[in-house]
Design a protein around this ligand. Structure first.
Ligand code: ADP
Ligand code: MG
Length: 346
């Protein structure tokens, strides 16, 4: 055979082999969206589906981030302007479902998860990309906002019409948006044919299917030390969310003022360093992590039960670990002699 046709044949065989090559089993990609690094890992999908899935995830997360942003101009900003007039108006449809879901979760959490306290959150300075530096706001201003008692049930929704009876309501969806968004993008990639995936949005995670022949396995970070506190395997469809006092905070005269505000006192919730919860619905897991953080050691079991949370771990301000028995069975602590308090809900 002439050299030219040999080369040609080798070229054709090369193309054929490339085309027949299976896609790598695991495909990973990182995106920066929702103000955080989002790691997407897909298992066992062809390249084309993987590309479509990642493209959709990025587009959808960007859209939701824009629609629900608490301080940049956009649909939520406009709804907040209209809410401040305390009347009736047509709301941007991108807001309706997440607001309705937030109302439900606020009710189930005895309003510890209370996204209507946007004015308080802003007063503490947590409505900006740059972390606030303190000092803490004036107590009189906090008390003034508390007296107006903004709550999710001040709002009622009738299809696209929204009614608000309390001008002090300002929505901040920071404690649910990421969870709700993960539910949406995971539902979408399932329709594309993705069966096995894990999406990690800055430590808040939703997983479907498996990683080959084993479950997806992840680490829960220590609220005060570098590295992982415990590992856990996730079941198909589970979400695991953590709220911590280390995410956004400043210190003033030796006191830590973080971004999870107790709507009953007007101050950052006391007594907890972090709380981790598992639930199939990521929006529920997200809101519950915030609510249980505020509930604290005394009330977390009651609120967990009301919100349908079966697995939770709380680390109090002294660094003591509190677990319910179901969660304890699942966690693999890095320190095999880890001390912990195991207690069941009443
Ligand atoms: P992270 O954003 O660190 O994952 P969370 O899910 O707990 O933590 O959300 C905290 C954010 O939720 C705050 O930055 C604020 O925007 C908002 N938030 C603070 N306190 C409350 C509250 N009591 N109810 C609802 N949202 C809150
Ligand atoms: Mg949350």
């Amino acid at each position: 055979m002439r050299t030219f046709s040999k080369l040609y044949l080798a070229f054709i065989i090369g193309i054929f082999l490339t085309a027949c090559q299976p896609a790598p089993k695991e495909q990973k990609l990182s995106l920066f969206v929702f103000g955080t690094l989002v790691d997407v890992t897909l298992w066992g999908v062809d390249k084309q589906t993987a590309e479509q899935a990642v493209k959709d995830i990025e587009t959808d997360l960007k859209f939701m981030h824009f629609a629900w942003h608490a301080w940049q101009p956009g649909p939520l900003g406009r709804v907040n302007e209209l809410l401040s007039l305390a009347g009736e108006f047509s709301a941007n449809p991108a807001l309706l479902d997440i607001i309705a879901k937030s109302q439900q979760l606020a009710n189930n959490s005895e309003h510890l998860f209370n996204p209507a306290i946007g004015h308080l959150i802003a007063l503490w300075g947590y409505n900006s990309d740059d972390p606030p530096k303190g000092p803490p706001p004036d107590e009189k201003r906090i008390k003034k906002l508390l007296a107006k008692n903004p709550r999710m049930d001040d709002i009622s929704i009738d299809h696209v019409r929204m009614k608000n009876k309390n001008a002090a309501v300002k929505l901040d969806l920071g404690a649910i948006a990421k969870g709700y968004a993960l539910d949406r993008v995971v539902n979408n990639i399932k329709t594309l044919g993705v069966k096995n995936a894990i999406i990690n949005a800055g430590g808040d995670i939703k997983a479907i299917g498996k990683h080959g022949d084993r479950n997806w396995h992840i680490g829960i970070r220590h609220p005060r030390k570098e590295g992982v506190l415990a590992g856990i395997s996730l079941q198909d469809g589970e979400s695991i969310f953590t709220s911590g006092d280390y995410e956004r905070f400043y210190e003033h005269e030796g006191i830590r003022y973080h971004h999870i505000i107790d709507g009953r006192t007007g101050y950052p919730a006391q007594g907890v360093q972090s709380i981790t919860v598992i639930h199939p619905d990521a929006a529920t897991a997200d809101a519950a992590a915030t609510a249980l953080f505020i509930a604290g050691v005394k009330d977390w079991h009651r609120i967990a039960k009301k919100m349908g949370i079966k697995y939770a771990m709380l680390i109090d301000t002294n660094g003591n670990i509190h677990l319910n028995p179901a969660m304890q069975k699942r966690l693999e602590f890095k320190d095999k002699n880890q001390q912990m308090n195991i207690s069941a809900p009443l």
